[in-house]
Design a protein. Structure first.
Length: 188
């Protein structure tokens, strides 16, 4: 019985460590030296520019999505096309950013711009059709709709990613580990 508990604890700990996405306190000396060099060479004006300009793209997207006029919710699901167009654009933007981030964090998994845009738009379209059907069958607008959109969206992104990267994974199995690490970041 004790051995089972010890093995169960070890498996639980191994599973917990497998889903961790940070460095877990193991920073290399090279990375720390690069950070020190960057910190010492950074000018105050560049720092101010980074602090002021970094939030602008997110702010612009937030304002643009709210600029689209919507019909009253009482009009129902069939008379609120703008709501679903807005949802499609927002989910596609999130997908595109996620795929772009994956390519930057793991260069061997990098996709072309056409693939990123295609994945993002297609997965978002399928996810929005899914939420449209759920709204048509239940209530509009559905509370916490982004949580309803997420599963079909993530599934579509994964399917398309495996379809494109599958041949590379068969040629180099170590890419699978990189892909799983990046997907765990995405799932968080």
């Amino acid at each position: 019985m004790i051995k089972r508990l010890v093995r169960a604890r070890q498996r639980l700990w191994a599973a917990w460590m497998a889903v961790q996405v940070e460095f877990q306190g193991r920073y290399s000396l090279d990375r720390l030296q690069l950070l020190d060099t960057y910190s010492n060479s950074l000018s105050i004006w560049r720092l101010v520019a980074i602090l002021l300009l970094t939030p602008l793209p997110s702010l612009a997207i937030s304002l643009l999505k709210e600029a689209l006029p919507l019909n009253p919710m009482d009009a129902g699901v069939l008379n609120n096309e703008a709501f679903f167009v807005r949802a499609w654009l927002v989910v596609a933007f999130i997908n595109g950013n996620m795929l772009l981030q994956m390519g930057q964090a793991a260069p061997r998994l990098k996709l072309t711009t056409v693939q990123i845009v295609g994945f993002a738009l297609l997965a978002a379209g399928i996810a929005v059709v899914f939420i449209f059907l759920v709204c048509a069958l239940t209530v509009f607008p559905i509370p916490f709709g982004l949580l309803v959109v997420a599963p079909p969206d993530v599934i579509m992104i994964c399917i398309r990613f495996v379809y494109i990267a599958g041949p590379r994974w068969r040629a180099d199995p170590s890419l699978w580990n990189e892909a799983m690490r990046q997907m765990s970041v995405f799932y968080c």
